[in-house]
Each structure stands twice: as C-alpha cells, then as structure tokens.
Design a protein around this ligand. Structure first.
Ligand code: G
Ligand code: G
Ligand code: NA
Ligand code: MN
Length: 254
C-alpha cells in the first residue's frame, strides 16, 4: 500500500509538522496554552489528516515512533519559547492507544522533559475514552505514574465513547474536554445544553477542570462562560496554526 510505505519514511523525510491550536482561559480572557495537532504533508499523497493516518500508524506499528517525534518536537518548541522570553507555555499532546499501552512511554515522557529542561506542568497529555478502556486497571496505573511525574491529563471527546462513570472516579484526570458534537448546538438544542451543563458540573464536582472544544461562535462562548466552563478552544479564537504563527500569538500575549 502506498500510504504504508510513505508513512514508514515520513519521519526520515521530515514530512511531519506540529501545529498549535490556542486554548483560552475564560476567566482571564488570556491564552492559556495550546493543543498540539500533527500535520503530514507527503509528496505523493499530499496532505493526509491525522484522523486517517494515526489509525494506520497504529495498525503498522509506527505510532510509537511518530508519537515520540511529536513529543520531542513539542518539548523542543516549549524550550525555544522559554529561551525567547515568551514564558512557560503549556501544550497538550494527544497520546495514541498504542503509546499508552507501551510501558516505555512513561519513562520516555520523563526523560524527554528532563532532556529539554521543561517543567512537567508545561506538558498535558490528551487521551480518549477508547485509549483507556482496553485495559482499565493498567490505564489507572499508567495515569498515576504520569501524575507522579507532574504532567496533567485531559480526557478528550468526553461523552462520545463508552466511558463508565466508575472509571472516571478512579482515573486521576485533571480536565474533561466537552466534545465538539455537544458544543455545536449548545445554544439551540436543549438536550446539548443539558449535556454541556452536566459535564461542567460533573467535572467541577470531581475537582476537575472543563475545556470546551470546537467553539465557533460568540453565542457559544457566552453560553459556556456564563455556565462556568474554564477554558475553550475552537475556530472562534483560532484554527490550529504553525509554530511560527503561534509564536506571534505569544508575543501579543505579553
Ligand atoms: O486537526 P485535527 O484534524 O488535527 O485532528 C484530528 C484528530 O487527530 C484528533 O482526534 C486529534 O486528537 C488527532 N491527532 C492530532 N494530532 C495527533 C497526534 O500527534 N497524535 C495522536 N495520537 N493523535 C493526534
Ligand atoms: O479529536 P480531537 O478533539 O483531538 O480533534 C480536534 C479536531 O477538531 C482537530 O481536527 C481540529 O483541527 C478540529 N477543530 C478544532 N477547533 C475546531 C472548530 O472550532 N471547528 C471545527 N469544525 N473543527 C475544529
Ligand atoms: Na485531542
Ligand atoms: Mn477532542
């Protein structure tokens, strides 16, 4: 398959790029950090979205090397921003199921942070419900080891998978992300509004933060702000942008 052989050589050919989507703190109105979103631009296949190539990377056994590349690239960038006097920038990185299942991942996260001299509080890891449900007991242990290092954990796409509230109680999760599918109609659908409010209450009652993703309109911002959502991410604020463009946003923040 063309995509398999192209994906295999993508790191060596330097075809990946990390983009950064701003995450806004609603209380201060300021830039709180970013989610790292991987981009692949291949000479033969063009731009392939991560929704397509990450599952293939899992299947071909490439997800660990790609994930390592993302983590190093993000840590090098956080270091560079700090060296440029732009402060400690918090970045959330998506962790694939195959990385999460790999015992080498936690020590690798720790040694990479140390290598770049980055405070663990600058790194967040985003997992999905599917990532942790495969082997929940192992997941609880791995999450605790990550918490011990000092990185924070977000549960992505919350509400769209098969999560059980019992697991939510056991997982040391810092932040729930309200999935875009609930945000889209939050100001027009009573059901979506009820779900968003319930997730905000659930998170706060469990001493977690809440971030809404896929926020596109002023009405959504207002609705979610009034109801106590902590952070937001979406096209209303910014699309995912290149590291260079994000550097400009950080300069404006100062
Ligand atoms: O921008 P968007 O098309 O970037 O992202 C689509 C999906 O791909 C999201 O579910 C996102 O979590 C996932 N994704 C983006 N970058 C990465 C990455 O570096 N690693 C993993 N595992 N998933 C990613
Ligand atoms: O699955 P995950 O939540 O990690 O991926 C987020 C995806 O949503 C990425 O593909 C990202 O580019 C996209 N995204 C982020 N903000 C918005 C938005 O406001 N509107 C839309 N349509 N997509 C968004
Ligand atoms: Na994500
Ligand atoms: Mn998501």
């Amino acid at each position: 398959l063309a995509i398999q052989s192209q994906l295999r050589g993508a790191i060596a050919r330097d075809e990946f790029e990390v983009h950064y989507q701003p995450q806004m703190c609603l209380r201060s109105g300021r830039l709180a950090g970013a989610e790292a979103l991987l981009r692949w631009n291949n000479a033969v296949l063009g731009r392939v979205p991560p929704n397509r190539f990450i599952p293939l990377a899992e299947e071909y056994g490439l997800v660990n090397s790609i994930g390592d590349w993302v983590l190093e690239s993000v840590c090098a960038q956080i270091r560079a921003w700090q060296d440029q006097g732009l402060g400690e920038v918090k970045v959330s990185v998506n962790l694939a199921a195959g990385q999460f299942a790999n015992d080498a991942t936690v020590p690798y996260v720790e040694s990479t942070l140390r290598h770049f001299g980055i405070a663990p509080s600058c790194l967040g890891l985003e997992i999905t419900e599917g990532t942790v449900m495969g082997d929940p007991d192992k997941a609880v242990a791995a999450l605790h080891r990550l918490k011990d290092i000092g990185v924070s954990i977000s549960l992505d796409d919350f509400g769209t998978g098969y999560s059980s509230l019992g697991y939510l109680k056991r997982f040391p999760i810092d932040t729930l992300k309200i999935d875009k599918s609930f945000v889209d109609d939050v100001t027009t659908s009573a059901n979506d509004a009820a779900i968003a409010l319930s997730v905000i209450s659930l998170a706060h009652n469990l001493n977690m933060q809440v971030i809404a993703e896929g926020v596109e309109t002023r009405e959504q911002v207002q609705f979610l702000t009034e109801r106590g959502c902590d952070e937001m991410q979406g096209y209303f604020f910014s699309r995912p942008v290149s590291a260079g463009e994000f550097t400009e946003l950080l300069r404006e923040r100062r």
